[in-house]
Write a protein that binds this ligand. Structure first.
Ligand code: ZN
Length: 269
C-alpha cells in the first residue's frame, strides 16, 4: 500500500495563532516540532496498517524560504519520505504513479468559519470565497480534488472540530476524522494535549487505512468551474490576465475546463 500524507500546520493540537506557524516568529520552532510529531503519528499509523511507501507533503505556507518547508527533517520518522516544493500543488508524481489513500493532517477550516481556528482559504489576506461548481470549498477540498484527479481517496482528516465537519460534509460520512481541538474563535481553542492528539491520530490513521471501502476519490464535477472572490480588486490582478480566466466582477474570477485539474492549473499556475 502507498500512502500520501498532505499536511498543514494550523490544525495541529496546541497551535492557535499565527505566531506559531509563521517563519521568523518566536513561536515557529515550537510549532514546527508539534507539527512534525503529529505527522510522525500518522506515519506510524500508516505503517501499522501495512503501508510500504509513505510520502509526506507539507502544504503550509510559513513564509519566505519556509514555504512548504516547515517539517523538521531530523525529527521525522525514518520510514517516510518528504517533499519540499516551491509552489503549492506543484508535486504530483507520487499521485500520478498510483497511490492508495491520502491522510490530511493538521488541516484548518475554510475562510469565514466562525469556530475555525485560523480559518482561511489559500490566502487569509486575499481570498474570501472559493467555489468548485458552485460549492464552497476550503483547503481540505482542494487537496481532496488534487488526490481525486489520480483516483486517490482521502481516508482521514485531522484538525479542529469545524474542519472535521467541513470534511464530512464534502467527502461523506465514510471518511474518518480526528478533532484534536475545538475552536472557540479564530485564535482560541480547547485542545487535547499533544501526546493524546498523536495517539488519536495514529489510531485513526491505522483504522482508516484498514478499511478504504467507505471512501471514494473526490471529483468536483466535469466540466468544472473554479470561482474565487478576492477581498480587494488588487488581489485579483495576478489572476485576471491569465488566458483561461474570466473576470466576472471587480473582485471575482472564474475559470472553467473539462476537469478540475485542468481548470486549477489554468487558474493557479
Ligand atoms: Zn497552513
Amino acid at each position: 500500500m502507498k500512502v500520501i500524507i498532505i499536511s498543514d500546520m494550523e490544525g495541529v493540537a496546541g497551535i492557535v495563532n499565527w505566531n506559531q506557524v509563521s517563519a521568523g516568529k518566536e513561536g515557529y520552532q515550537e510549532g514546527r516540532r508539534l507539527y512534525t510529531e503529529e505527522i510522525n503519528a500518522a506515519v506510524r499509523g500508516a505503517k501499522a496498517a501495512g503501508a510500504k511507501e509513505i510520502l509526506v507533503m507539507d502544504h503550509h505556507g510559513a513564509g519566505g524560504d519556509y514555504n512548504f518547508n516547515s517539517l523538521i527533517p531530523d525529527l521525522l520518522d525514518p520510514d517516510c519520505e518528504f517533499v519540499v516544493q516551491s509552489e503549492w500543488t506543484e508535486y504530483t508524481e507520487f499521485l500520478e504513479e498510483g497511490c492508495d489513500a491520502c491522510l490530511l493532517i493538521g488541516m484548518h477550516a475554510m475562510a469565514g468559519t466562525p469556530d475555525g481556528v485560523m480559518c482561511h482559504t489559500v490566502s487569509g489576506q486575499n481570498w474570501t470565497n472559493l467555489r468548485f461548481n458552485g460549492v464552497l470549498i476550503g483547503e481540505t477540498g482542494i487537496n481532496a480534488a488534487l488526490c481525486g484527479n489520480w483516483d486517490c481517496p482521502v481516508a482521514l482528516v485531522t484538525g479542529d472540530v469545524a474542519t472535521c465537519k467541513e470534511a464530512e460534509a464534502l467527502l461523506g460520512e465514510g471518511i474518518t476524522t480526528v478533532a484534536v481541538k475545538k475552536g472557540l474563535g479564530r485564535f482560541s481553542a480547547r485542545n487535547f494535549p499533544s501526546v493524546r492528539a498523536r495517539e488519536m491520530i495514529e489510531a485513526a490513521a491505522k483504522d482508516s487505512l484498514k478499511n478504504l471501502k467507505g471512501v471514494k476519490p473526490y471529483d468536483p464535477g466535469r466540466p468544472c468551474t473554479i470561482e474565487v472572490e478576492f477581498t480587494t480588486p488588487d488581489a485579483l490582478f495576478p489572476f485576471g490576465r491569465k488566458p483561461h480566466v474570466e473576470v466576472t466582477g471587480p473582485r471575482s474570477v472564474t475559470c472553467t475546463a473539462d476537469d478540475w485539474w485542468t481548470a486549477w492549473q489554468n487558474f493557479y499556475f
